[in-house]
Design a protein around this ligand. Structure first.
Ligand SMILES: [Zn+2]
Ligand SMILES: [Zn+2]
Length: 774
């Protein structure tokens, strides 16, 4: 162009379609500004499929626009795919944002809710600002998304904000393409948006000028306040007040399970916990999960009752303006735990909360923005420098997980505990947010409502249903009934195979691998309860290469609630029923009549299913070592055994064990149990027993992998199953395997516990059907 001023540059027109999380994250205003900056004409539009753009102008400018579109996208956007097509120039003069257009059958990944951005936070605490102390402040970079959306395309009428009419000032922001709140669907201010109410348990208004200030005052006086948050209610109390925390535990019927905390800032968290750079980054991210942090017990005034016998505290930062303001007023760490009765789903509506949390909360901090989807706080930990999901919900779901193949429309109904479900379509797996334990009606209703929502949002109509082999799982029964009602094919998937495949998928690995699935129990293909499994597997099939020795679980589920029963299961079946229990602290105190019942159950194999569950072995050892004989929350004995281990382990040696190298190989535990018993009788402290046992488990993992690798030639190992939430075992196992030259795959995006099962089920069902077709 330079040097030939008479020549008019050729105009180019491009049609661009963008896929990914590009709605509700300020993508259109970004496109608008970019097109203007590049002096292009044309338009941009949300559809229920993609964001569609047409730009027209000099070729150089159009190219510049295309490059910056990917590089400069707004922080919350996740561009997955961009396709372009050349069109004939039309000669439009301006660039405009066109009205959204629904398209039948098309869908879009929906953004998760995002923690308050720094700009909004600054406004909330700026006394001159019109949003000063307004608890529902948000913009295109932050705020509610998934929890308020009823359908796509993501526009205000499709959200629970539809009942609020914007005031002229908010409307002007919403309409101004150069404003941070341009088309921010939940945009609001104190004049036109949602508002707070503080009430008594009977729903009557508590007279006050500032409900948040009053709520903080009540919290500081030791009261329990139910707070309506982003995805449901939370129960809050002063975390430094032992009496208040004890009352909350008693009323919530949650005697032991650790409670999550909220603290105002990173600086505040650092007063109570050790925070690494990776942990700080995770806490401060727009996902803002609860992070399990090493507790500085000596420096912290948080009552030990928050997480008894635990080295870690679950802490999150405030993630809505409501929480930020409340934390500033309260000026101390608050317990901020899910608003439910033990194990039921989190409360969602005002009336529901007043009913279900009656007798638990002293006061209720309510608001009138409806929550369309229940959404628990996510829980993460950072291990080996990597953030790893323990519970995947707020801030993460429903972001899809990419699949390495084009999937059928499959519904996988997951497991019984920590249930999630998974829907696959095209190259995506939509893993639901944490649903919960399926043993109560409320959770099952939550499952069904969430399934409806996902079907609608992602335009999925399942053709195939995948389910766990356990015939008594509610999720299994649901799957079989659903398949029968709709005349669909149902595919049963083995629990531990699903665990390993969930790990493979998120690592983009299609196997085969040596998969180690260590968990409590899962239904095995021989009808026994598996859980200490070494599988050689890929995305479609598995072979059981090795497992922990079977032992009976005396009393079935009773042995899960009472780990001392499990200890007797090991002792009596491996060392003989006459083995004396003297010198073993927890076991020698079991009443004689219960011992007799257990012996009878074992002898006659009454209510005593066989298990190879690693979690059950940990339970037994916890009781044997004198750490814990009975539990009041899931995995408590295992967790406390881990917490008992000393920080330095080098002076300890593993216990002996042997291996039957048949196929499958069996890891025999006689020597382990007998040596441990002698150890305890000789006065070994629980910390030493715990250390030696953890080292033994790492040795079992290493030696078994060595054997399977010799047989199969495989050098890649995948670790999955809830037992790997045990950080000590996880680190010992990864260290040992990597030192031996194994490539070790671990979880990051999906939980290693049963919360990840549905992803594995869906992928296996897809692959099995593909194999049949070929
Ligand atoms: Zn914002
Ligand atoms: Zn307004």
């Amino acid at each position: 162009m330079r040097g030939s001023p008479l020549k008019v540059a050729a105009r180019v027109r491009l049609r661009i379609e963008v896929r990914g999380i590009v709605q509700g994250v300020g993508f259109r205003p970004f496109v608008y500004r970019l097109a203007r900056d590049c002096h292009l004409s044309g338009w941009v539009r949300n559809t229920s499929g993609n964001v569609v753009i047409e730009v027209e102008g000099p070729e150089e400018n159009v190219n510049q626009f295309s490059a910056l579109l990917k590089d400069k996208a707004p922080p919350a956007a996740r561009v997955q795919d961009v396709t372009t097509r050349k069109l004939a120039a039309k000669g439009d003069i301006d660039f405009v944002i066109r009205k959204s257009q629904p398209e039948p059958g098309k869908y879009q990944p929906v953004s998760p809710d995002l923690a308050t951005c720094p700009e909004c936070l600054a406004e909330v605490f700026e006394s001159e600002n019109r949003r000063y102390l307004y608890p529902f402040t948000n913009c295109t970079n932050c705020g509610p998304r998934f929890t308020i959306i009823r359908d796509i395309p993501y526009d205000r009428p499709m959200t629970t904000m539809s009942r609020f009419t914007m005031c002229p000032e908010c409307q002007a922001e919403y309409d101004d393409p150069l404003d941070r709140r341009f088309h921010a669907q939940p945009n609001a201010c104190s004049k036109c948006g949602p508002s707070l109410q503080l009430t008594n348990p009977d729903g009557t208004l508590l007279p006050c000028t500032d409900p948040l200030h009053k709520a903080a005052e009540l919290l500081n006086q030791g009261y329990i306040v139910a707070v309506k948050g982003l995805g449901g209610f939370q129960l809050a109390c002063d975390a430094t007040n032992q009496e208040a925390v004890a009352r909350l535990r008693e009323r919530k019927k949650r005697p032991g399970k650790p409670l999550a905390l909220m603290m105002a800032s990173i600086a505040e968290i650092e007063r109570h916990c050790y925070v690494s750079a990776e942990e700080a980054e995770l806490l401060l991210s727009s996902n803002a999960p609860i992070v399990l942090l090493k507790w500085r017990k000596d420096a912290s005034n948080v009552t030990p009752l928050v997480a008894e016998n635990n080295k870690y505290l679950g802490v999150m930062l405030p993630y809505t303006p409501l929480h930020h303001i409340l934390m500033r007023y309260a000026a101390r760490p608050l317990v901020m735990t899910s608003g439910n009765l033990s194990e039921e789903p989190i409360c969602q509506d005002n009336e529901e909360a007043l009913r279900r949390l009656h007798g638990i909360a002293d006061y209720f901090l309510l608001h009138n923005r409806d929550i369309h989807a229940r959404y628990d706080d996510s829980v993460y930990l950072v291990e080996r420098g990597t953030a790893r999901a323990i519970r995947r919900a707020r801030g993460y779901a429903p972001s899809p997980i990419s699949l390495p193949f084009k999937a059928r429309q499959v519904l996988a109904t997951g497991a019984e505990e920590k249930n999630t479900f998974c829907l696959t379509k095209d190259e995506y797996a939509s893993l639901s947010q944490h649903i919960g334990d399926m043993d109560n009606e409320e959770t099952v209703a939550h499952f069904e409502n969430t399934f409806d929502l996902y079907q609608r949002l992602f335009r999925v109509q399942p053709e195939v249903i995948a389910y766990d082999l356990h015939p008594e799982y509610v999720s299994t029964k649901y799957a079989l009934k659903y398949a029968a009602d709709k005349g669909l094919k149902a595919v049963g998937v083995q629990h531990h195979h699903a665990h390993i495949v969930s790990c493979l998928v998120e690592n983009g690995f299609d196997g085969p691998v040596i998969g180690i699935a260590f968990d409590g129990v899962g239904y095995g293909s021989d009808d026994n309860l598996w859980g200490g499994e070494f599988l050689v597997c890929d995305h479609s099939s598995f072979e059981r290469a090795a497992h922990l020795e079977y032992v009976p679980m005396p009393g079935g589920v009773a042995a899960i609630r009472k780990p001392y029963r499990m200890a007797l299961g090991y002792i009596y079946s491996l060392l003989g029923p006459e083995t004396p229990l003297d010198g073993l602290p927890i076991l020698s105190e079991i009443p004689a009549d219960e011992i007799q019942i257990i012996k009878t159950q074992l002898e006659r194999r009454l209510y005593s299913p066989l298990t190879s569950g690693a979690g059950r072995l940990f339970d037994a050892v916890s009781a044997l070592a004198g750490v814990r004989g009975q539990i009041d929350y899931e995995a408590q004995a295992v967790i406390e055994l881990e917490m008992t281990a000393p920080d330095h382990m080098t002076q300890f040696k593993p216990y002996p064990f042997t291996m039957d190298k048949e196929k499958p190989a069996v890891i025999k535990l006689h020597d382990l149990i007998s040596t441990m018993i002698n150890d305890v009788r000789d006065g070994a402290e629980p910390d030493m027993v715990s250390a030696r046992f953890h080292l033994t488990m790492a040795q079992i993992i290493l030696k078994t992998c060595r054997l399977i690798s010799q047989q199969s030639g495989l050098k890649t190992v995948a670790l999955s199953g809830g037992v790997f939430q045990n950080r000590l075992l996880f680190n010992l196992a990864v260290d040992a395997l990597e030192k031996e030259g194994f490539n070790v795959l671990t979880h990051r995006l999906v939980p290693c516990n049963d919360g990840g099962i549905s992803l594995g089920q869906a992928v296996i069902a897809n692959n099995q059907l593909n194999n049949i077709k070929e």
